[in-house]
Ligand binder design. Structure first.
Ligand code: ASP
Length: 313
């Protein structure tokens, strides 16, 4: 198969050309099938070292990169800040020098500062994958969301996708907006004015401040977590009031198409941005499938980046 991805790192979706997005999704689809068959492909990354370097908490992303790396045969090491020298004040660049000395091949980085993975990418010999940087991007999340949508709806083009809630602090929203608009979906952002970034209109999305009009005839409803840890001041009223206006319940979901799917990147605040009855409804919610597709997408990303390493060797 020809290379579906020509770059050395995966730092962002912005600027990634549609054929490469489609190529990565196709490859991830084949990994999804492989995973369901229970088979592995342990030769691909045999002898490669994958380091998961997480400066922020994570459950799904870190675990699924670990699983993806192991399924492809890599030696996987998890470094979390609490147990590394970073908590003793080592700078990002010293960390990079250490990783180079260890001959790390694939480096998965999550950091609270936007741009930190890009900085590391300039200093390390490894291929760097951004696993979420500040409020900037979370590219593998957007890819796994797109794969889930494509499996359920058969396409991305022409679909109406409503991304709802705390858009301002969400790297998931930013990566999804870039990916979905590049693939010609119609993207809406829905939320209170305090949680919609001023740049939204420039990103080619429609802005709504009311759930019922924002969800009208949507094919996909993507809910986001209220990211209180990134809020400098009280941008929202109480959680209960937020749920009343912006939380997804059966009544608000009724505005979307009858077969609309419901997504959430996790972790969920049940009863704040989403009602448990919706999150757990197998007829509407694809949240479990998103997690499953996360492993497949990360296998595809590790696959293409390791082939690039061989080319550049
Ligand atoms: N897990 C996602 C992220 O790391 C979404 C979230 O935290 O709300 O951005």
């Amino acid at each position: 198969m020809s290379l579906p991805y020509p770059h050395r790192h995966l730092l962002a979706i912005e600027g990634l050309e549609p054929p490469y997005i489609a190529g990565l999704l196709d490859l991830a689809e084949s990994y999804a099938l492989l995973n369901r068959s229970g088979k592995t492909q342990r030769d691909l990354l045999r002898g490669r070292t994958l380091i998961n370097l997480f400066f922020e908490d994570s459950t799904r992303t870190r675990t699924s990169f670990e699983l993806a790396g192991k399924r492809l045969g890599a030696d996987v090491i998890n470094m979390s800040v609490a147990t590394s020298s970073v908590s003793k004040g080592e700078t990002l660049l010293d960390t990079a020098a250490t990783l180079n000395a260890m001959n790390c091949d694939l480096l998965v980085v999550r950091h609270g500062q936007s741009g930190a993975p890009a900085l590391l990418a300039q200093k390390v010999s490894a291929a760097v994958i951004n696993a979420g940087d500040g409020t900037h991007e979370h590219p593998t999340q957007a890819l796994l969301d797109a794969l889930t949508i494509r499996r359920r709806k058969g396409r991305l083009e022409g679909l109406t996708v409503a991304i709802c809630g705390d858009i301002l602090h969400s790297r998931v929203a930013r990566s999804n907006i870039h990916l979905l608009t590049a693939m010609n979906a119609r993207v809406r952002v829905v939320g209170p004015p305090t949680l919609i970034p001023a740049e939204a209109a420039r990103l080619g999305v429609e802005v709504f401040h009311d759930m019922r009009s924002g969800l009208r005839d949507a094919d996909v409803v993507m809910m986001l977590r209220l990211q209180r840890e990134r809020m400098a001041a009280g941008l929202v009223p109480s959680s209960r009031e937020f749920f009343r206006f912006w939380g997804l319940d059966a009544e608000k979901l009724a505005a979307a198409k009858p077969d609309a799917i419901v997504m959430h990147p996790g972790p969920m605040n049940r009863g704040v941005e989403i009602d448990s009855a919706i999150a757990d409804d197998p007829a509407r919610s694809v949240i479990g499938e998103q997690v499953e597709m996360g492993v497949a997408v990360r296998m595809a990303v590790l696959d293409v980046l390791s082939r690039q390493l061989l080319r550049n060797a």
